[in-house]
Design a protein around this ligand. Structure first.
Ligand SMILES: [Mn+2]
Length: 312
């Protein structure tokens, strides 16, 4: 059996794309099962409850030699702990590529707004000739993944294809008011209650390597930025702690105001604050580094870090 796994600190796109791809492969007669590398975030939980879908099983390791399909990621540091012991047989993703394999495998990477868009194309692209049917629930899950990753088309990662796919998918899903559904999703994601600070930072958090150094980059996409800004001192302390504990060069945490399309970034120290300000032209606002229109880790934050840090 092929184990389909999304990235650590799972988001709606990684979970929904993995789960629906399980259905696709199963209909193709290929034995496959989707797993989550950790608990689902509140937005994903909202989506699963709304459509009555059971949550995928959570795992942290798999037996040596297990066949795995990586969904919505391709970097080892973002994947299952014992990835080195496992057999990667396929990758489906929409992030930058950084992987080495020891044999030829099937890799499908397309710069669309979400991995759910890629999975949707697999169903819809096959047309009437296909024996693969997209159910109402799975169409709904794919829409949720696309809305989540593209911030309902606000993110610069959004493509016309993503928009066209949502329209086509909704002919099957029949979600009455997509705008309203997206707001419900974002509000669910923003409702963090008294979640411990480290969990908030790690909700959407990835390690990247630039010029031989490791950087932690966390994002909190929210409709309630004040929730994060009110806890900025605690967050900053924790970023410093994570930096030391995990041997990182720097840690950045951006509070992304989804509806106003801007971000407020906190950092693990002065040097990294200066670096961030220099790279992104940030201005001081509410005790954070404010950048208008900076909302995407994948298309804006990571590429600009890479560009700047590789030169030195
Ligand atoms: Mn994604």
């Amino acid at each position: 059996m092929k184990h389909i796994i999304g990235h650590k600190n799972p988001d709606t796109d990684t979970i929904c794309s993995a789960l629906v791809y399980q259905d696709f492969l199963t209909q193709k007669g290929i034995s496959a099962k989707a797993f989550a590398l950790g608990p689902l975030n509140k937005e994903t939980k909202f989506v699963f409850e709304k459509f009555g879908v059971p949550e995928p099983e959570q795992i942290t390791e798999l037996p040596k030699g297990t066949e795995i399909i990586l969904l919505d990621h391709n970097e080892e540091g973002q994947s299952i702990d014992n990835i080195k012991d496992l057999d990667i047989v396929e990758i489906i993703d929409h992030h930058k590529v950084k992987i080495e394999t020891d044999k030829p495998i099937s890799i499908y990477i397309e710069p669309l707004g979400s991995s759910c868009s890629i999975i949707a194309k697999k169903y819809l692209g096959l047309g009437d000739l296909s024996d693969v049917k997209l159910s109402k629930i799975n169409a709904s899950l794919l829409i949720a993944g696309i809305i989540s990753d593209t911030l309902f088309f606000r993110s610069p990662t959004t493509t016309q294809t993503d928009k066209d796919l949502v329209e086509k998918l909704n002919e099957i899903a029949e979600i009455e008011d997509l705008e309203k559904f997206s707001l419900e999703m974002f509000n669910a994601k923003s409702d963090l209650g008294d979640m411990p600070i480290e969990e908030i930072i790690k909700l959407d958090y990835k390690i990247f390597e630039f010029a031989g150094n490791k950087y932690g980059i966390g994002v909190m996409e929210t409709t309630n930025k004040d929730y994060g800004l009110n806890r900025k001192d605690e967050i900053t302390e924790k970023l410093k702690e994570i930096k030391t504990k995990d041997g990182l060069k720097a840690v950045f945490f951006s509070i992304v105001d989804i509806l106003n399309e801007a971000s407020y970034t906190l950092t693990s120290g002065n040097e990294e604050a200066e670096l961030f300000t220099k790279i992104f032209g940030a201005v001081e606002k509410e005790g954070s580094l404010f950048v208008d229109k900076l909302v995407s880790t994948k298309k804006q934050i990571v590429p600009r870090f890479q560009e700047n840090l590789m030169q030195n």
